[in-house]
Ligand binder design. Structure first.
Ligand code: ATP
Length: 331
């Protein structure tokens, strides 16, 4: 494995921020750490970067233990949420700085800076100061600066969350494309599931310092292993009502049964019936709140012409092959 985490643990006083995390990254892979605020994802990234010291466990790069190697000696490129560029240096000097620290030769630095400016499409802006650029451009400079020294691993700590929605979307694609072109092993921290699903080869879903599940976006969406993952990735109806559960071969009363809103099948011949109490028209999708047997279900309908209204009765089925069986908590 290219990068391996073994039993990585970090405590802050009584808080276990990262709790025995095991993870392997292949070379060239893009992995996202995804989870709610406080789940430990930033701390885990900082441990990899060498910005925090582990309490237990080890981190290996191509088999070499990184313990004792300070951040600046790890040859990892890091980009933070706040662009953290040097405000009084031009774009070009910001990118050159790390190379000067590494004692690269003048000519090589100039060539590399020009190359990196080209890569992030900022050739026209080499002589500007950071404050003369938009947020998205500043983040591209930060990316160029991180990539310039040809790092072994790229670490991105919520790099897009300070940007507005449009810029964020276009940078998602740009960063992913660049990462694939360079083939650089990358870890990105995010709390945004869409971002993780769009960009990552694999997503590591974290909860309370632990990994809940690791998988592709498809794995997590189609086969969530825990209730936490099911509810964090996409939307999910948890089926609590005994009558609803009765028809579903529940496999014991302890199993959490759930279904995604788009898998509830509305049909006139449906075996269940409910009353619409909420309708949201979202263009290609209509999202309904339906009350049935004392339980509220969210149902999504695609491409339906006739608009349903609050108070309408609808018939539907819960197709057995669409039911998720989840563990309430990770094993
Ligand atoms: P966020 O998205 O809010 O940054 P996160 O998932 O990145 O959340 P961490 O920042 O890694 O989570 O924090 C994990 C836990 O460790 C939290 O309970 C946090 O309060 C605690 N923690 C993190 N850094 C420190 C620190 N320097 N001192 C004390 N506690 C800390």
């Amino acid at each position: 494995m290219f990068l391996s985490l073994r039993g990585v643990t970090k405590r802050f006083g009584a808080v276990v921020a990262v709790d025995h995390v095991d993870l392997d990254l292949a070379e060239g892979e893009f992995v996202c750490f995804l989870g709610p605020s406080g789940c430990g994802k930033t701390t885990l990234l900082r441990l990899v970067a060498g910005l925090e010291v582990l309490d237990e466990g080890e981190i290996l790069l191509e088999g070499d233990d990184l313990a004792g190697l300070p951040a600046r000696k790890r040859n990892f490129g890091v980009v933070f949420q706040s662009y953290s560029l040097f405000p009084n240096m031009t774009v070009a000097r910001n990118i050159a700085y790390g190379l000067e620290c590494r004692k690269w030769e003048r000519a090589r630095i100039e060539a590399r800076v020009a190359e990196m400016l080209d890569v992030v499409h900022l050739g026209q802006h080499a002589d500007k100061l950071p404050h003369e650029l938009s947020g998205g451009m500043q983040q591209r400079v930060a990316l160029a600066r991180a990539l310039a020294p040809e790092p072994a691993v790229l670490l991105l700590d919520e790099p897009l969350s300070a940007l507005d929605a449009k810029v964020r979307e276009s940078l998602r694609g740009e960063i992913r494309e660049l990462q694939q072109r360079l083939g650089i092993t990358t870890i990105m921290v995010t709390h945004d599931q869409d971002e993780a699903m769009e960009m990552a080869d694999r997503i590591v879903v974290m909860n309370r310092g632990r990994i809940e599940q690791i998988g592709t976006a498809e794995d997590l969406y189609w086969s969530p292993e825990t209730r936490f993952v099911g509810e964090f990735i996409g939307r999910l109806n948890i089926l609590d009502d005994p009558d609803l559960r009765a028809g579903l071969d529940a496999g014991g009363n302890d199993a959490v049964l759930a279904i995604r809103p788009e898998h509830v099948a509305i049909a006139d011949s449906g075996s269940l019936e409910g009353t619409v109490h909420r309708v949201a028209f979202l263009g290609n999708t209509m999202r309904l709140g339906v009350e049935t047997k004392g339980q509220n279900l969210e149902i999504e309908v695609h491409g339906r012409r006739r608009r349903l209204a609050v108070g309408d009765r609808v018939r539907f089925d819960l197709p057995p092959d669409r039911i998720c069986r989840l563990a309430a908590a990770p094993a």
